[in-house]
Design a protein around this ligand. Structure first.
Ligand SMILES: N[C@@H](CCC(=O)N[C@@H](CS)C(=O)NCC(=O)O)C(=O)O
Length: 213
């Protein structure tokens, strides 16, 4: 039975891929495992009833596998790894939480209106920890030569960080973090990333209502 996946449609352009990093993470996993799938773009400001029926919390991504709809990117990625173990995208447990606070600190800084709060500092702290990991381990990816699940989770988040902070705060990852820059370059040039990425203008239109509510 073919895999089907519901992902977010772009804000203001319901026929284009939207700005959900959890949706892109699932698409990246499907692509890296070379699994064919059918995509459904969900306009989350006007969710169709059939979608609400299969996703009781109304959230994307949702994947149909073996005739059943499954939500939550963590759960989906786990199921895909179990059912389609080759190529393995398993991250060694000791590396699984690398970068895990980057997204929440990025969102806090993006939404912050107070230049004296510690949100930028908190984000820099997380990026420095990533820099340190990359500097002290073989790359180009978190767990070495091959891309693994932790990279596929981080890639869309770092992309949103780059695009949204650049646009809304004229902020970019400091040049003092060269390993982070190289890591982002390696992620963004993956074929799977090119194929599944949201256009920059839709990353911006997706974040705009949260930055200027
Ligand atoms: N923990 C979930 C988060 C999914 C999530 O937050 N999805 C957002 C879009 S990025 C969503 O569907 N929001 C719609 C809503 O809350 O109405 C996952 O990893 O899949």
């Amino acid at each position: 039975m073919a895999l089907e996946v519901c992902v977010k449609a772009a804000v203001g352009a319901p026929d284009k891929l939207g700005d959900c990093p959890f949706s892109q993470r699932v698409l990246l996993t499907l692509e890296e495992k070379s699994l064919p799938y059918k995509i459904h773009l969900i306009n989350i400001s006007d969710k169709p009833q059939w979608f609400l029926d299969i996703s009781p919390q109304g959230k994307v991504p949702v994947l149909k596998i073996d005739g059943k709809w499954v939500s939550d990117s963590d759960v989906i990625v786990g199921i895909l790894e179990d059912k389609y173990p080759e190529p393995s995208l398993k991250t060694p447990p000791r590396f699984a939480s690398v970068g895990s606070q980057i997204f929440s600190t990025f969102v806090a800084f993006l939404k912050s209106k107070d230049s004296h709060d510690r949100t930028e500092h908190a984000l820099l702290h997380e990026l420095e920890a990533l820099e340190n990991h990359l500097k002290t381990h073989d790359g180009p990816f978190i767990a070495g030569e091959r891309v693994t699940a932790v990279d596929l989770s981080l890639a869309p988040k770092l992309y949103h960080l780059e695009v949204a902070l650049g646009h809304f705060k004229s902020w970019s990852v400091p040049g003092s973090l060269p390993h982070v820059h190289n890591y982002m370059k390696a992620l963004f040039s993956l074929d799977s990333f090119e194929k599944t990425k949201t256009e920059e203008k839709y990353v911006i239109s997706g974040w705009a209502p949260k930055v200027h509510p």
